[in-house]
Ligand binder design. Structure first.
Ligand SMILES: Cc1ncc(COP(=O)(O)O)c(C=O)c1O
Length: 290
């Protein structure tokens, strides 16, 4: 990951919990600094786990803009996304690192989808924005990465990392363990007891798959480029202009998407040896997401 030393982390049950953990730490840090905790900044196209975390923690979401129209000292965290769920888009991490350092704000990187591409950060098939993001994941104060996405792990589980392990004290400053059997780490994590089976299976899968990650990810990127070229050669289709990390969206300009959805998003297609597509809505338009 490129963290130098003094980092901290654990395996949570998924990206949702890792994002909640990050915002929990950020909020408590603000409270400890006697600052009002009101907002977080994140791009509009974020994963719904951020909405859940903000709802639980009583935070409000504002768009990721350098002029956010809210007092910077009330921003609990900025979230940069390394591979948005729909389009794979990567935020401009260096700009936001600078903003957060100047304003003493926690910078969280949601790399649940794209984090594993770090294995492949030197690839010529990556865009400049994703390469810059992947090279600099260590600039986040915290990072979430999901092995069950591009790590191809069979069991759900996420990695939560804190750049500075001292930040974990914002969660629970009690060093004393009161409950028999509770280990230190359970005091600082949202889940208490977690299954060791998940960690073991992630470790095993990771060990077995690591030699293939480069090839798998390269094939994702090359395959997406080829498919986009093919789709672009058909007049009817429109490709959503932002795409990265092997994801893209397209729609038919003439036929109603409701009709195409019925035809191509049918689970039965798999049994017939055909592709089952999924859709997503972005800027009020329905797209196929590949
Ligand atoms: C960018 C991003 N963040 C967070 C999550 C949530 O991860 P999980 O489903 O592991 O809770 C996802 C899942 O799709 C995601 O794509």
């Amino acid at each position: 990951m490129g963290f130098i030393d003094n980092f901290w982390g654990y395996i949570s049950s998924g990206g949702t919990v890792s994002n909640l953990e990050a915002l929990w730490i950020a909020k408590n840090e603000m409270i400890s600094k006697k600052r009002k905790t009101t907002f977080i900044l994140v791009r509009e196209n974020h994963h719904y786990s951020i909405e859940k975390a903000c709802n639980i923690l009583g935070l409000e979401i504002r768009p990721l803009k350098l002029d956010p129209n809210v007092p910077p000292d009330q921003i609990a965290a900025v979230i940069c996304i390394c591979g948005s769920t729909e389009t794979g888009r990567c935020d401009d991490l260096l700009t936001w690192r600078d903003f957060c350092t100047k304003n003493d704000i926690h910078l969280h990187i949601d790399a649940a989808y794209g984090g594993y591409y770090r294995y492949y950060k030197d690839s010529k098939y990556l865009t400049d924005s994703s390469r810059k993001m992947l090279e600099n994941l260590n600039l986040g104060d915290s990072v979430s990465i999901d092995p069950h996405k591009l790590g191809y792990a069979l069991y759900p589980g996420a990695i939560f990392l804190l750049n500075n392990k001292n930040d974990v004290m914002y969660i629970n400053s009690k060093k004393e363990v009161r409950y028999l059997g509770v280990t230190d780490i359970s005091l600082y994590t949202i889940e208490g007891i977690r299954s060791g089976a998940v960690a073991a299976s992630l470790y095993y899968g990771h060990k077995k798959l690591k030699p293939f990650y480069k090839e798998l990810m390269e094939n994702n990127l090359i395959g997406a480029d080829l498919l986009v070229k093919k789709i672009q050669s058909v007049e009817n289709f429109e490709i959503y202009p932002i795409r990265d990390l092997g994801l893209f969206l397209f729609r038919d300009k003439k036929l109603p998407m409701s009709y195409l959805k019925e035809k191509f998003c049918n689970l039965e297609n798999i049994n017939k040896g055909k592709m089952q597509l999924i859709t997503t809505t972005i800027e009020d338009k329905v797209y196929f997401r590949v």
